[in-house]
Design a protein around this ligand. Structure first.
Ligand SMILES: [Zn+2]
Ligand SMILES: [Zn+2]
Length: 302
């Protein structure tokens, strides 16, 4: 019997046009395409287009193949699927179902973001509307977190609170972080800057820290300095990181300071996705200008 798929317009294309279209695809997508039907696989093999996948591309393929299965997640360390357990819903490597527990992880303040959490939250956001079990899983993965810390800062009592609030917007995993600092007496001055970071590339160091940063890594430092020196009435000063999709704002009020940051951890893909990788210090490369766009996207209504 003739293959009915052979008559589809896509397969009727001239081989040059077919090749031009398919070569635009990433390697793992070419392999996915080759699995859709025998006719396409035959065309791809005839044109010698089906690639051998690198390890990161193999993981991306597994992530895309598991999109319809809410009971598994793909581990980049083991390069295979793991069944989802209660521990995975905490998004913390200590409770992970992975026996190796070494996969890529982000830790900002009290919010631990590992890739399993991002992957599952994005997957569950597609299922949650029709499924109450998945909806409760999703709520745990995007739960707000917070902490209060009282510390002695240069003989001065200080209170430090941090919170994080993840959201899934337009198929991307975003997190808003807030850090609030309050001195019990006196006011914040440049010499009393707290030691903190909004991403791997932008951090505040006390002047005695001694670490030299290039100008592009001083965006947060300069913004805080501006807020401290120019105004103390809570006027908002904005900045963004040139290396990763992180926007931040700083407000200074005499003995208090507030820093907010909005971060985009990317779409449902493998950990080799450029957005996810850009948050790592070792992957620091200039990203396309995004100033303010992550913050705006975070407040979009879908
Ligand atoms: Zn694993
Ligand atoms: Zn950054």
């Amino acid at each position: 019997m003739d293959n009915p798929n052979a008559q589809t317009p896509f397969l009727q294309l001239h081989s040059d046009a077919f090749r031009a279209i398919v070569e635009e695809l990433s390697d793992h997508t070419k392999v996915l395409l080759s699995q859709t039907c025998r006719s396409i696989r035959h065309m791809l093999q005839k044109e010698k287009i089906v690639p051998a996948l690198s390890a990161p591309e193999h993981v991306r393929l597994l992530v895309h193949l598991s999109r319809g299965n809410p009971d598994v997640w793909v581990c980049a360390t083991c390069k295979k699927q793991h069944p989802v357990t209660e521990g995975d819903l905490w998004g913390d490597n200590r409770f992970s179902s992975c026996p190796n527990r070494k996969f890529s992880r982000r830790r900002e303040g009290m919010c631990r973001i590992n890739y399993a959490r991002v992957q599952l939250a994005l997957k569950y956001s597609r299922f949650a509307i029709d499924n109450s079990r998945i909806d409760s899983h999703l709520k745990r993965l995007i739960r707000p977190e917070g902490s209060v810390l009282r510390v002695k800062h240069r003989h001065n009592l200080a209170e430090f609170t941090s919170s994080s609030r993840p959201r899934v917007i337009d198929g991307r995993f975003l997190v808003k972080y807030t850090w609030k600092y309050r001195l019990h007496s006196g006011s914040y001055t440049p010499s009393k800057m707290p030691s903190m970071m909004v991403c791997d590339h932008q951090r505040l160091l006390r002047p005695a820290g001694g670490v030299v940063w290039g100008e592009e890594r001083k965006q947060l430092f300069r913004t805080v300095l501006q807020a401290m020196l120019d105004d103390r009435n809570g006027v908002e000063y904005c900045g963004s990181c040139p290396f990763c999709p992180t926007d931040f704002t700083v407000r200074s009020f005499d003995n208090r300071m507030r820093i907010d940051a909005w971060k985009d951890f990317g779409p449902e893909d493998g950990p080799s996705n450029p957005t996810w990788k850009s948050h790592s210090l070792s992957e620091a490369q200039r990203t396309p200008k995004h100033r303010g766009s992550v913050r705006r996207l975070y407040y979009e209504i879908y």
